[in-house]
Design a protein around this ligand. Structure first.
Ligand code: MRU
Length: 366
């Protein structure tokens, strides 16, 4: 492990929008940029109960592994919102457990969802053990504080990933990214895009080729929106154009995010990431994964154990309500694929760089 700048105490970079925000106190609500509407409209979706948040996660109004985790932490607070402050502690704990189980069923692949829910449950259990006579009101406050800490940590981790990864952005060259692992996918400045934001701020000149990312176009709709807004040179391509660019020696490095990283470094990310990593091997292009420690799942030995979300066929049969294929055509639509650790040049984390990731150096880093 190459140690890096662990948490920066503040995030001095403001991109001019907040992907999600909690409004008010314990009886407040969660607001999310409704990413289904971007880039045409930027509107906040209000979540006042776990059901609205569940729907927002399933339909990708909020998406990206770290953002889903932070949203789920606040989702626990939404579940306790209606509970009277003087309700018994046991009732609050039961309600919390119910909400956590419910939200955990929204999407299976990004481990940050389960990580955040576990952390909220642990905080509650610890509080209940220390304060058995307390009432629901105090637990609600403790859990809202914890969700805020998770959000702030995510911001700091993104910034530290940016600092640790910025030297991999080559001055005067072009790089490529897939899906959206930017600010919209986190509470901060993103993971794979964080080094780009910081390198740009330092005056480096580079171009980012943006894979459109079929079927749901997170690259075309979200990454292209983020990068052009920040004044970073971006070129949109269809996913099947990366090979030609690499063959023509136009890509100096690929940067991807992650939804779950197994103990041996195998990495699940948006469908299409695997083919990019294989292309990188063929054309000797460095392939970097950027992810916070909350995306590692050391409980599973390798990528074959990562649950892969299968989504509805209509997402492939067309786009935005327009059908572009025979109506009843069978469809295969996994949302993610798994890149072999052996094809990853390095994982950029908030704690430092993990070169040639494998079980030993991952454990040392984390
Ligand atoms: O289906 P999505 O849009 O949630 O998929 C998102 C990705 O695959 C991202 O690359 C990943 O979550 C990392 S986000 C920092």
């Amino acid at each position: 492990m190459i140690p890096g700048a662990y948490y920066a105490k503040q995030t001095p970079m403001n991109l001019g929008f907040e992907t999600l925000r909690w409004i008010g106190g314990c009886d407040g609500m969660l607001e999310l940029i409704d990413q289904r509407l971007l880039p045409q409209r930027m509107e906040y979706l209000r979540c006042e109960n776990p059901q609205t948040l569940f729907e927002a996660i399933v339909t990708l109004a909020v998406r990206g592994a770290p953002a889903i985790g932070v949203a789920a932490a606040y989702g626990i607070c939404l579940g306790l919102r209606q509970l009277p402050g003087n309700a018994p502690l046991l009732q609050a704990l039961e309600q919390m457990e119910k909400t956590a189980n419910y939200l955990a069923a929204s999407r299976p692949t990004a481990v940050n969802l389960f990580w955040a829910l576990e952390r909220m449950k642990k905080t509650a259990a610890q509080f209940a053990a220390d304060n058995p006579a307390a009432q629901a009101g105090i637990l609600r406050q403790i859990l809202l504080n914890e969700a805020r800490v998770i959000e702030n940590e995510d911001k700091e981790m993104c910034f530290a990933i940016g600092r640790n990864g910025q030297s991999f952005i080559p001055d005067g060259k072009a790089i490529l990214t897939h899906c959206n692992a930017g600010a919209l996918a986190t509470a901060g400045i993103g993971t794979a895009l964080a080094p780009m934001y910081l390198a740009h701020q330092q005056g480096k000149k580079f171009t980012v080729y943006v894979d459109e990312t079929r079927p749901l176009l997170q690259g075309a709709r979200l990454t292209a929106w983020e990068l052009t807004r920040a004044g970073i040179s971006a070129v949109l391509i269809c996913d099947n154009m990366a090979a030609g660019l690499m063959k023509a020696d136009k890509i100096a490095a690929v940067f991807a995010g992650a939804d779950r990283i197994a103990a041996n470094g195998d990495t699940a990310n948006k469908i299409g990431t695997l083919s990019l990593s294989i292309l990188c091997r063929c054309f000797s292009v460095p392939f970097y994964v950027a992810a916070p420690s909350s995306t590692f799942d050391l409980s599973i030995p390798d990528g074959s154990h990562i649950p892969i979300e299968q989504r509805k066929g209509d997402e492939v049969r067309g786009f935005a309500g327009q059908t572009t294929s025979p109506e009843n055509i069978a469809v295969y639509n996994p949302a993610f694929d798994v890149t072999d650790a052996g094809d990853i040049t390095a994982i950029i984390t908030e704690r430092g760089i993990i070169p040639s990731p494998g079980s030993d150096n991952i454990r040392r880093c984390l």
